[in-house]
Design a protein around this ligand. Structure first.
Ligand code: MG
Ligand code: MG
Length: 356
């Protein structure tokens, strides 16, 4: 069966041949990430038999209770990647500070940020979970990465991807040349190219939002959702369906596969918490993938990939998917500007520039 199929390794080597100066270090990094994902897939698949379900007493950098599998997955990511000599630091959802590369290994020219297990509250109910990763160039190659080194806008990413542990395990990634999906062949332990050149449909009639938070929405979001709910008799003139899995990876994969739009908008309940999703290892990699697939990713007011991060674990509002829907939602944010709320975070010169 392999003669007419492309493995992830072959795909990466053929991509690299198009750039004669490329060293192959990026490929080895991506393959190490893929190895971590295979190991996590196996733990996830064993479920209760693997003795890794349930919660830990600890909390992560976001203050969330850690699942046992969060820590197992984090450890698998660190061990698979720290030895290779191609990265100078790692940032994880599960770690407050960057993970230093052990002294005995060389430092390289890339940085790796990841959410080792996304949607981990879904584990106990046996619903799809995933891993998300983002690769940046290290500003200072060969030395230990500092916190500031990771604070690059998402447009600087050289690779982004996710693994989804569903009925089948897949890796979906971009190295800036479109979005490609690979399915794990479990007997061979190889990721095989099954979904080349994935595109997000420009229009959508499916939206994903946590409607239990509707009382905290801004007027722009309320208007958008009301118009979807009004269906064929409303201003949109067509019926919509709604989905909510509460797993960013599963929502992203659905939108890449059959279209739609996802909203975790800014909420008005706590001005200090302008969003829910983490910029460096959730929103940026998903935004890079979605844009490479022809969709859009926005805070509602600005392109996600343009945001200059201020903090490793910064959270932002996140709206992404079908181009026409995201453009419409951005227009509604302009139409219904919440001026007094906008002032502290959104100065006239752009996102998060408040003092001058
Ligand atoms: Mg997550
Ligand atoms: Mg996580």
């Amino acid at each position: 069966m392999l003669t007419d199929r492309t493995t992830l390794t072959q795909f990466l080597i053929e991509e690299r041949r198009r750039y004669p100066g490329a060293s192959g270090e990026l490929n080895s990094l991506i393959l190490n990430v893929a190895l971590a994902c295979k190991a996590i897939a196996k733990r996830v698949a064993y479920g209760a038999l693997g003795g890794v379900l349930g919660t830990e007493a600890s909390t992560n950098a976001q203050g969330e209770t850690q699942q046992r599998l969060d820590l197992v997955a984090n450890d698998l990511f660190l061990r698979a990647n720290e030895w290779g000599g191609v990265i100078s630091g790692m940032v994880s959802e599960e770690l407050e500070a960057p993970h230093p590369i052990p002294e005995r290994y060389p430092r390289g020219k890339y940085l790796l940020a990841f959410d080792p297990l996304d949607g981990s509250s879904n584990i106990d109910v046996n619903v799809s979970v995933g891993s998300i990763f983002s690769i940046l160039r290290a500003p200072n190659s060969g030395v230990n990465a500092a916190v500031e080194d990771f604070l690059q806008p998402g447009s600087e990413q050289v690779c982004a991807g996710y693994a989804i542990y569903g009925p089948s395990t897949m890796i979906v990634l971009t190295v800036g040349t479109g979005v490609h999906g690979f399915t794990l062949e479990p007997q061979l332990g190889e990721f095989i190219l099954t979904h080349p050149a994935i595109q997000v449909q420009a229009a959508a009639s499916e939206f994903a939002i946590n409607a239990s938070n509707s009382r905290f929405w801004e007027p722009a979001v309320t208007r958008y959702v009301d118009e979807c709910l009004a269906g064929s008799t409303g201003p949109r003139g067509k019926d919509f369906t709604m989905r909510w899995v509460a797993s960013l990876v599963a929502e992203t994969h659905r939108i890449l596969t059959r279209g739609g739009v996802f909203l975790y908008p800014r909420e008005m309940r706590d001005p200090a918490k302008p969003g829910q999703l983490c910029l460096l290892y959730e929103a940026n990699p998903v935004a890079f993938i979605i844009e490479q697939a022809g969709g859009l990713a926005s805070t509602g007011r600005a392109r996600v990939l343009d945001i200059a991060p201020e903090d490793l674990h910064q959270r932002i509002p996140f709206i992404f998917g079908a181009r026409e829907e995201v453009e419409r939602i951005e227009q509604y944010h302009r139409d219904h500007s919440v001026v007094e709320d906008d002032a502290p975070l959104y100065g006239s010169r752009g996102l998060f520039r408040t003092n001058g």
